[in-house]
Ligand binder design. Sequence first.
Ligand SMILES: Cc1cc2nc3c(=O)[nH]c(=O)nc-3n(C[C@H](O)[C@H](O)[C@H](O)COP(=O)(O)OP(=O)(O)OC[C@H]3O[C@@H](n4cnc5c(N)ncnc54)[C@H](O)[C@@H]3O)c2cc1C
Length: 433
Amino acid sequence: MRTVQLFWGLVLLNVAVVWTLFFTIAPEPKHALVGVGQFLGLHAALLMILQLTLVARLPWLDRRVGMDRLTSWHRWTGFTLFWVVLLHPLFVMAGYAAVSHSSTWQQFRNLAGMLGSLVGMIALVVVVVAAAASLRSVRRRLQYETWHAVHVLLYAAVALVLVHQLFEVSAFTAAPVATAYWWALWVFALGALLVGRIAMPLWRNARHRLRVAAVVPESDDVVSVHISGRDLDRLPARAGQFFIWRFPGYARWWQANPFSLSAAPDGRTLRLTAKAVGGASAALRHVPVGSRVFAEGPYGAFTSLRRTRDKTLLVAGGVGVTPIRALLEELSGDVVVLYRVHSRADAVLLAELESLAHERGARVHLLAGRTGAGSPPFAPFAPDNLATTVPDVAERDIFVCGPPPMTEAVIRALRALKVPRSQIHAERFRLAA
Ligand SMILES: Cc1cc2nc3c(=O)[nH]c(=O)nc-3n(C[C@H](O)[C@H](O)[C@H](O)COP(=O)(O)OP(=O)(O)OC[C@H]3O[C@@H](n4cnc5c(N)ncnc54)[C@H](O)[C@@H]3O)c2cc1C
């Protein structure tokens, strides 16, 4: 929690610096509307720098905040950026039109003829396209890869914004202190991105040289992939975390899918367990043993570092059992596991859960059945039923991972049972809220 406050505190501090520089150093604008436009433009640059930092996958931030939350912040910052980026030129053009007694359209044509403004306009188009592709209704219709490719274009937009700021923005060059401040922000954000997204994954993969060691079917549509590598004891992975996996040579290199570790890392092997829902996950069943694996990570804050209590309740739904199984292996103390499935046949990794629970003195409850079936209707996560199954639930940390409706039902029940939010930890298998 303190990391979240520290992070947003730093963001606000930078907003304050930008305001101070604008009101004390930046030259007087030609018109009030131009001033508003310039003010918005500086916020657009700040928001872009924030966006880069949020997607840089910095281990320090990711382990404490979690990639799902960072991506959710990234999403909302993105929509804010969209509006700011749209309003910035409108105000500037309206201001110049008022000064020169011409039309806004004329100003648009004038600005489009200047390189610094033109690159800003191209960046604006890219931001608008990326924001449109991120609308839920649009995104649902797009393939993940298409949506991702549109997002990759944003890196070009970032470069264009930097050029635009260098050529066009007087607040950038008004005083050495302003220039130094803006360069420091850009170097930090671009450096974080290069380190987190490129240098660190390349270095880790060169060091560990991951390969498929075994492929083990767990059911008709679920498969486990065991991965071996060098010096895996030096990989700072924890139970509950995930990697973004690629199988170059076997699958197309741009196909990358997030899967959680389904066993606690033991320093010798890693294991993922995947349910076939689309092309990439279904193809895992046929990955040849010995194939090279490229993994980005470990990521995620769904780990025992989040614990605030001695006792734990682990709640798994369907293939959401993967990080829960790994956590059970790592956790000590009083642990209860609830595993929700439609039928016993769907309960992959159940034998492992039961055997681990037996070793550790934990209890596993298999909750099999259709919600609402029977009389009284089967509703294992109704508050009363949950309190009956786990009477001391309010004294436990709860880790939940399952389909979104189940996860939300569990969280609602926990809140109804007055479990503090700080004790509830969810992995939604989704990178943005
Ligand atoms: C943090 C996290 C951990 C996960 N852990 C597991 C696990 O342990 N076991 C398991 O079976 N599933 C897990 N998933 C879900 C798994 O990533 C998807 O089911 C898988 O990527 C589907 O890919 P596909 O190409 O087979 O299907 P598609 O039909 O291409 O995709 C199905 C869904 O997965 C999403 N998806 C596809 N590729 C990606 C990607 N690169 N990044 C984010 N979302 C993507 C798509 O948006 C779509 O909603 C996890 C997801 C996340 C975000």
